[in-house]
Design a protein around this ligand. Structure first.
Ligand code: NAD
Ligand code: TDX
Length: 444
């Protein structure tokens, strides 16, 4: 690539607009960039359930500011894009399970939001980098010798990955039709600090911290290609600085592991038996395996991951969640309640779970709510109870499910959150119920 082109990029860039910078990868990218460059950053983030100011705490106010707003707000986006040298676009609805329960926000943010940003980048001729995922390529068989490359045809499976694929195609079209100065990166599964407890690794770490079992979808044979979030950040920064306009780069660190293997590493970290897992309902349309071939990025831009050892990176991540309970605790009970509402329950062990299973036994007074896909309490509110499997021999007893929900809520309550109690209550209620909180949520 033209070295002059790379140098020109470096010369003109002083300020970055980072969308979704209060989320998991965005906030790690902001920290990484402030530490490794002299760029100033504006974060544009809607602060959905997945974003938080706390993820940006401790950063120099003179170099990093947060604008709370929506990437589909064309006027706001236009003003912000106009006054920055480059846009790094992380903002997205990012969780597959949520996209199965309610795809609409995925279409709005991932497709319409990206369109809105592209139009502003086009109008003001601002450099644009689009963050995407390996999920746009669909999935691989476990024994397939091939991995995804930049030439792999798109074949998304879930509403989430379909909207990410759609946003990638918009970027490609805006490059070709309107000469927008854009690059795209498609990365594999990230792990590290500040990841929401809805996602696989933080969910299992926090289950274990609460003395409960990790929850594996089906048999846990699905493979993900793990990369430390800081390695994702270094790759994105390099692409912004040196990437060739119009090109796509795959980012991956050769970290393929089955979910079962990841959980076994975590169980060992907590001194628990390797079999101490809970198999729960499998995800509908669950992709079997992702695997990234990142040779183009390595050969053309000279990138290499720094976190070569997954077990060590995972142990560091466990340490981070142990040391930062106040960051994740307020979301834990609501997340587990959300999974219960979405119809997640313990799967029959022999089959590894089946998405068409329906609960047949609920605690007295609770019934299955077809609309929410989960149980409701006698008062009609969404219940924190896990639903009960049709396989009586393997099902959770009502008492156990209730006990688990109570333990989750009570450890959430007993954490050091008294200062934030009312806002936690409001957040929990906003996400979980249409009516006021039950008396048990009020601290006495
Ligand atoms: P996340 O859910 O943790 O963060 C998303 C952020 O976007 C949140 O701060 C949220 O408030 C914000 N946001 C959502 N809708 C918005 C809107 N309409 N306007 C403004 N802000 C909005 O997600 P993440 O895991 O950090 O993923 C970031 C990006 O990386 C996404 O584009 C995702 O597709 C991509 N990606 C993620 C992974 C992964 O393993 N997590 C892997 C590859 C690619
Ligand atoms: O409790 C769980 N148990 C479980 O077995 C959860 C939450 C997940 N899983 C499985 C499903 C997947 O096989 O673990 C694997 C990883 O699940 P997620 O953390 O939900 O990630 P995934 O669906 O692979 O998507 C992630 O990587 C690609 C991100 O959420 C996406 O934003 C990114 O694009």
């Amino acid at each position: 690539m033209a070295l002059q082109e790379a140098a020109d990029n470096l010369v003109v860039m002083r300020t970055l607009l980072v969308t979704g910078g209060a989320g998991f990868i965005g906030s790690n990218f902001v920290r990484h960039t402030l530490a490794h460059t002299d760029l100033d950053i504006t974060v544009l983030d809607k602060l959905t359930y997945a974003g938080s100011r706390e993820s940006l705490s401790g950063l120099p106010a003179g170099r990093c500011k947060l604008v709370v707003g929506d990437i589909t707000d064309a006027r706001l986006v236009d003003e912000l894009v106009m006054t920055h040298d480059a846009v790094v676009h992380f903002a997205a609805e990012s969780h597959n399970d949520n996209s199965l329960a309610n795809p609409r926000p995925f279409v709005e943010t991932n497709v319409v939001g990206t369109f809105t940003l592209l139009e502003a980048a086009r109008k003001h001729e601002v450099r644009f980098h689009h963050i995407s995922t390996d999920e746009v390529y669909g999935d691989l068989e476990l024994d397939d010798p091939e991995r995804f490359t930049e030439a792999t045809p798109y074949n998304p499976s879930s509403p989430y990955s379909a909207t990410k694929a759609g946003s990638d195609l918009l970027v490609r079209a805006w490059v070709r039709s309107f000469d927008v100065q854009a690059t795209i990166s498609n990365c594999s599964n990230n792990y590290g600090p500040f990841q929401h407890v809805e996602k696989f690794i933080p969910r299992q770490i926090t289950q274990l911290m609460d003395g409960m079992r990790p929850r594996i979808y089906g048999e846990g044979l699905n493979v993900r290609d793990w990369i430390h979030v800081d390695d994702h950040s270094s790759a994105v920064l390099l692409i912004i600085e040196q990437g060739v306009i119009g090109e796509t780069y795959l980012i991956g660190a050769d970290g393929e592991k089955s979910n079962r293997e990841v959980v076994e590493l975590l169980l060992a970290e907590f001194g628990r038996e390797s079999t101490d897992v809970e198999q729960v309902t499998d995800r509908a349309g669950h992709d079997m395996r992702y695997g990234i071939d990142s040779s183009k990025l390595r050969a053309e831009l000279g990138w290499a991951p720094r976190f070569g050892n997954f077990a060590e990176g995972l142990a560091d991540t466990v340490e981070w969640y142990r040391a930062n309970e106040e960051w994740w605790r307020p979301n834990k009970a609501a997340t587990e309640a959300m999974y219960a509402r979405q119809g997640q329950w313990r799967a029959p062990r022999a089959s590894g779970g089946h998405r068409h299973d329906r609960p047949t036994r609920l605690p007295s007074g609770h019934r299955f709510n077809r609309q929410s896909g989960g149980p409701t309490s006698p008062a009609g509110r969404p219940s924190a109870l896990s639903v009960v499997s049709s396989d009586a021999a393997q099902s959770l007893s009502a008492e156990k499910a209730e006990d688990e929900a109570r333990r989750s809520l009570s450890s959430w309550m007993s954490a050091d959150i008294s200062r934030n109690l009312s806002s936690c209550c409001r957040a929990w209620c906003a996400q979980n119920m249409s009516s006021p909180p039950p008396p048990s949520v009020t601290r006495t």
